[in-house]
Design a binder for this molecule. Structure first.
Ligand code: TMP
Ligand code: ZN
Length: 410
């Protein structure tokens, strides 16, 4: 089956789901094609709000075997992300008591779920941890093994055995930017509970829904992202599975994320947890009314961006995108931008170069391309890394088009 329709909220089981955004039928945002005439299949893309637990979620679930067959995302390309990972490894270390095994102090053990190319685990290793990754994509698992990181090529599930045994169960399990991809959250968290050491901690990082709504980040909506989280539903699903949230931190990464710490054994619940919950409720994010005007703000971005691009094309200007990200593909396809509007999208991920974006079929080019083909404009398709991209392109003297949070030219 290619996809199935969601009937109940994946956190609380409620049927009281209401749509607040419909982006029409869209191709899978990461399904890059090898030829410019490659046809991409399209699937409905709309977001529903659960009126009982406030989880935002897609109306359909595409078969993960189709979505993750060959996943082009590569964490280590961005410096910003590498630094972010180092900071995460440090803060995990600060929370752990020394580990004593057979009378001697031994290394802590970190396991990363959906470990990608091993970017986060390399940082944990630098902080003195033993590490292990679990990664469903074959090409990325292989990449991570080449860095000397033991990696199981598998989805994370309570039915699988990851060959972890006491007393070597992980002290830390991390799941950064993977929770949004998971349909069966309860099974996922039960697997964490089963595999985590008794006094261990589980750290989740997800883009925070309040930013997606406030800053019109509709481009982060694509078929891989099944859920868009507030703390409220996250806390709920963790509690069902015997994990208690004790700390919440806010980070700038990916347009604004929350880092949620939970544990099997009770720890002192820090004020950040209650402050975040109270603010969500006070700011109206537990109420459908807050989401009503979102769709018209998104439509405005589509018309403003279309207007600017067609005006500049008429003037003969050359426009490139920077960052062949999944979110760039949602933006481009939803806004109806074509490969005559944009000459190419630059990306520093070697695996992406030479391919074509799904739907619009825009060629993905390496950075060198800009030296011979001077752009007049760069469309920031990876706005979450805009400062890094500006550093790399500042010498070209071009201008930048931003679509998020609203359309503007710099
Ligand atoms: P992401 O927002 O999904 O992480 O995607 C960002 C994309 O931008 C990814 O394909 C890598 C690309 N990128 C570059 O090519 N060069 C860069 O300097 C940065 C920061 C990102
Ligand atoms: Zn719900």
């Amino acid at each position: 089956m290619e996809y199935r329709v969601l009937k109940n909220c994946r956190v609380c089981g409620s049927e009281r789901l209401r749509e607040y955004l419909n982006l029409g039928r869209q191709p899978l945002a990461n399904s890059l094609s090898n030829s410019p005439s490659g046809k991409s299949k399209k699937y409905p893309l709309s977001v529903l709000f659960c009126q009982d637990c406030s989880l935002s979620q897609l109306s359909i679930i595409v078969n993960p075997e189709i979505l993750y067959k060959n996943y082009p995302y590569n964490s280590s390309v961005s410096n910003t992300f590498r630094n972010h990972c180092l900071e995460l490894a440090h803060s995990a270390k600060m929370l752990l008591a020394p580990r004593i095994y057979r009378g001697r102090e031994s290394k802590h053990f970190a396991l990363d779920i959906a470990s990608n190319d091993g970017c986060l685990l390399e940082r944990f290793r630098d902080c003195g941890f033993d590490v292990m990754g679990v990664e469903p994509s074959k090409n990325l698992a292989e990449k991570s093994r080449l860095k000397g990181i033991p990696t199981a090529n598998s989805f994370w599930s309570s039915n699988r055995d990851y060959a972890l045994c006491d007393p070597h169960k992980p002290d830390v399990i991390t799941a950064t930017n993977v929770f949004a991809h998971v349909h069966d959250l309860e099974d996922f968290c039960r697997a964490v509970h089963k595999n985590l050491s008794k006094d261990g901690i589980f750290i989740i990082e997800v883009p925070y829904l309040t930013n997606m709504i406030r800053n019109n980040q509709f481009d982060t909506i694509y078929h891989e992202h099944l859920s868009y989280f507030l703390l409220r539903p996250l806390k709920m699903v963790l509690r069902f599975c015997g994990l208690d949230v004790f700390r919440v931190e806010h980070r700038d990464i990916h347009g604004g994320s929350i880092r949620v710490y939970s544990s099997r054994e009770k720890r002192k619940v820090e004020s950040s947890v209650w402050m975040t919950m109270n603010k969500e409720e006070r700011d109206g994010f537990w109420d459908f009314k807050t989401y009503r005007s979102y769709s018209s703000r998104v439509r405005k971005i589509k018309s403003d961006l279309g207007r600017i691009i067609s005006r500049e094309k008429k003037l003969g200007k050359k426009i490139f995108g920077y960052g062949a990200s999944a979110k760039g593909n949602t933006l481009i396809n939803y806004c109806g931008i074509t490969n005559t509007d944009i000459s190419g999208i630059i990306d520093d991920t070697p695996d992406k170069v030479g391919k074509f974006t799904p739907g619009a079929s825009i060629p993905i080019l390496s950075h060198n391309h800009l030296d011979t083909n001077h752009p007049d404009y760069i469309l920031m398709t990876a706005w979450n890394f805009s400062s890094e991209i500006k550093e790399k392109t500042g010498h070209l003297g071009c201008r930048y088009i931003y679509a998020i949070p609203e359309v503007r030219v710099d």
